[in-house]
Design a protein around this ligand. Structure first.
Ligand SMILES: [Zn+2]
Length: 107
């Protein structure tokens, strides 16, 4: 089930969900990229964009859930993944998302 199907099943009065975000590397202001998706295009995990990151990204469902249940329509999250820096060493991925959730309910 896609994220949007899951949300609409739980909250039938929701018509559209859109995520607008800027993904950046913490501490490096010049590496920023815009990311956005709407409805069926919203993935389970928004990719963090760091090619060295393992199991990373940002959980779109929990962001949308927070927006609906807790009215938290803007926020920041750190990437869930870890970056390999040597064969046996890892560190938390430094990618961060600043996001806004736009919810449209049915009339
Ligand atoms: Zn990452």
């Amino acid at each position: 089930m896609s994220v949007i199907e899951n949300i609409k099943k739980r909250f039938p009065d929701i018509e559209n969900v859109e995520i607008r975000a800027v993904i950046s590397m913490a501490g490096i202001d010049n590496i920023k990229r815009s990311w956005q998706a709407k409805n069926e295009d919203i993935p389970d995990i928004i990719p963090c964009g760091n090619s060295k990151c393992n199991l990373g990204g940002f959980d779109a469902f929990s962001m949308i859930w927070d927006a609906i249940k807790n009215n938290k329509t803007k926020g920041s999250e750190n990437c869930l993944g870890e970056e390999s820096i040597a064969r046996i060493n890892t560190r938390s991925c430094a990618q961060t998302i600043d996001y806004e959730i736009i919810i449209k309910k049915k009339d």
